[in-house]
Design a protein around this ligand. Structure first.
Ligand SMILES: Nc1ncnc2c1ncn2[C@@H]1O[C@H](COP(=O)(O)OP(=O)(O)OP(=O)(O)O)[C@@H](O)[C@H]1O
Length: 624
């Protein structure tokens, strides 16, 4: 039969699986168990709304059958099954399509990373099997099909006989290699261990024929063996267990099992509430953001259960947007099983739960910040941006909840610091919280605008993300201290040797002539109070800073909002003497110098020079 080729990305993933050196090959079983359990969930949902279907617990289970002689492992479920089209769609293409595109070739070759970071799902079977056969009959269908593949060269699908609805997956387990032993996946004990480790909390029974010994009748010391079907998993959901019985590893396994993420969570929060509203919840703070996190595709939400039965995969109403990174589940006896999405939105109980959850997350993050700084910084690297958006969004409504969770890089501490730490260190004569914006820490370090503030010994917070200044503008102040950009025209710093005002008065005409030369570009040309060694800098008057202008300009529907730019000249720099000289003797030269300085200031700001050809020609004019 002709083989159908896998799509290119799937083929690459398969190659990785087949040649994988990944040590935890056993996770293939977890993936297959989860798929089987999801398939049964789907029938369960259908039964909720379809009167023709009843969900009888006894009929729904997963069965694991090893066959040592033939080196096969069969995993059967009584779930919803797949039609021929679904087999094509689901097994012929990698589910999380696009995930490979996020990785570069070297990372792919290592192999570890990709398996650790992305759900490899069904394909992980190829880590342990030479051949994978899927026989499935979908609910409402009279036909069954067999999908088969030996790896990268493609797969076949053909009609097949299967009486009952559900799916059988048959793996032809690889022969042992020099260093690798696959026999565990054919042994009762090995399989049991792996199932317990990863899939203990699967809600449906995972059954296996287990060899049991019992004393022979009438004959002491003699035993006979027989096979007995046993349920291998515990089925009591982890959230119903006593916290003291559970280890970090249990929570981590649950996180992986549920596919909340492919990282290791930084923290879990287990909540049991038995008050006027009863609920249990397990929440996780992930370590890293999923690739689509900061895109419109990302959907936040927690799994919602009603008395242990999943009623919604992603209940968005349970999490505020700014905590959208939190993964996990909530189970409440007080929610009705058949509640609709629309009704849930207005459900008073759900609102109360959401509020409690929000406060729990906040207090847990706060504790992590205070007691486990290293992990908090990891978290902040992944999701700090989200918190800052949280401060900015909804007209700053949530800023009080979030301001103490923010961190910024400090010029003096050379690490991330909180606003509270900054304010508590402020010298008495310092009125403002100073910040400087730029692309990265190194660039900001070198910004001329920081000279005076840094010289004064004041700490400066470095803003490197687009949202930073917008969030801070929304915050307005922290502990009554206002924020001030080092680029703002009035820095409010006393400087005894300041001679700028006199110089500016004395050289009024020079400044006026310079202003005239670039009148369409800046609102003013002034003597700078903030520069020490640099000749020139751009500052801004008013609410819109130059960094904000950059962000606003890059937006699709930008409305041409500009900062009021001021060109500041260091009157104590030799360049100023040249300007004075040019004013006295050669007005064209003054124009040339002014334009050059303006363009230099643009470059320092990371803004594009408006006319690069004119700029280089001007440079040449000074040289010859
Ligand atoms: N036992 C099964 N019964 C019914 N459908 C299944 C079964 N196993 C897999 N599928 C279908 O194949 C799809 C692909 O499975 P796969 O394990 O590759 O990815 P996933 O479960 O969607 O996502 P991931 O494992 O990456 O979280 C599933 O979404 C499901 O639709």
């Amino acid at each position: 039969m002709a083989k159908t080729e896998f799509k290119a990305e799937s083929k690459r993933l398969l190659e990785l699986m087949i040649n994988s050196i990944y040590s935890q090959k056993e996770i293939f079983l977890r993936e297959l168990m989860s798929n089987a359990s999801d398939a049964i969930d789907k029938i369960y949902y259908r039964a909720l709304t379809d009167d023709a279907l009843t969900f009888d617990n006894d009929q729904y289970y997963i069965k694991v059958t090893p066959d040592k002689e033939n080196r096969t492992l069969k995993i059967s479920d009584t779930g919803i099954g797949m039609t021929k089209d679904e087999m094509e769609d689901n097994l012929g293409v990698i589910a999380k399509s696009g995930s490979l595109a996020f990785k570069n070739e070297t990372e792919l070759q290592v192999g570890h990373d990709i398996i650790g970071q992305f759900g490899v799902g069904f394909y992980s079977s190829f880590m342990v099997a030479d051949q994978v056969t899927v026989i499935s009959k979908a609910l409402d269908s009279n036909e069954a099909y067999k999908w088969e593949s030996e790896g990268t060269d493609g797969y076949t699908i053909e009609p097949y006989e299967k009486e009952t609805v559900g799916t059988d997956i048959i793996l032809k387990i690889k022969d042992n290699g020099e260093e690798e032993n696959y026999d565990d996946f054919l042994e009762e004990q090995g399989l049991k261990t792996v199932i317990k480790k990863y899939s203990d909390f699967i809600r449906y029974p995972i059954k296996m024929d287990v060899t049991v010994q019992q004393p022979k009748e009438d004959e002491e010391d003699e035993y006979e063996e027989y096979q007995e079907e046993q349920t291998v998993n515990n089925m009591v959901p982890i959230w119903k267990k006593n916290k003291s019985e559970l280890t970090d590893e249990d929570y981590e396994n649950f996180y992986a099992e549920k596919r909340y993420g492919f990282d290791k969570p930084l923290k879990h929060i287990h909540i049991n509430v038995d008050g006027s509203i009863r609920y249990d919840a397990i929440l996780f703070i992930p370590e890293s953001a999923p690739p689509d996190y900061y895109t419109a595709d990302f959907e936040k939400g927690l799994e919602l259960y009603s008395s242990g039965v999943l009623i919604m995969n992603k209940s968005a109403d349970l999490l505020p947007d700014y905590f959208g990174f939190v993964k996990g589940m909530v189970d409440s006896e007080d929610l009705s099983l058949n509640i609709s999405r629309e009704m849930l939105q207005h459900d008073r109980q759900l609102k109360t739960i959401a509020k409690n959850i929000k406060n729990k997350i906040k207090s847990n993050l706060k504790t992590m910040l205070n007691n486990d700084r290293e992990n908090y910084e990891k978290f902040y690297k992944a999701f700090g941006r989200q918190l800052k958006f949280g401060v900015y969004n909804d007209f700053g409504m949530n800023k009080d909840d979030l301001q103490d969770l923010l961190m910024f890089y400090s010029s003096t501490e050379k690490k991330l610091v909180t606003l509270d730490e900054y304010v508590s260190r402020m010298p008495e004569d310092q009125t403002y919280i100073y910040y400087a914006s730029g692309d990265n820490y190194d660039k900001i370090d070198k910004l001329p605008q920081t000279e005076l503030v840094a010289d004064k010994g004041y700490e400066i917070l470095y803003f490197t993300e687009e949202v930073d200044e917008f969030a801070i503008k929304m915050l307005m102040n922290y502990k009554e201290k206002e924020f001030k950009s080092v680029s703002s025209s009035d820095l409010d710093i006393e400087n005894e040797d300041d001679n700028t005002e006199e110089e500016e008065k004395e050289n009024k005409e020079v400044f006026a002539a310079m202003k005239e030369a670039i009148a369409d570009k800046v609102t003013d040309v002034r003597a700078s109070k903030r520069l020490k060694s640099h000749p020139v800098v751009l500052a801004s008057d008013g609410e819109i800073s130059i960094e904000m202008e950059k962000v606003l300009q890059s937006m699709p529907n930008n409305q041409g909002i500009n900062a009021d730019k001021v060109l500041e000249i260091n009157v104590n720099h030799d360049v100023f003497k040249s300007l004075q000289d040019a004013y006295d003797n050669d007005k064209d030269k003054l124009k040339l110098y002014t334009n050059l300085l303006y363009n230099q200031a643009l470059l320092i700001e990371g803004l594009p020079v408006e006319d690069p050809v004119e700029f280089t020609n001007d440079m040449c004019k000074v040289m010859v």
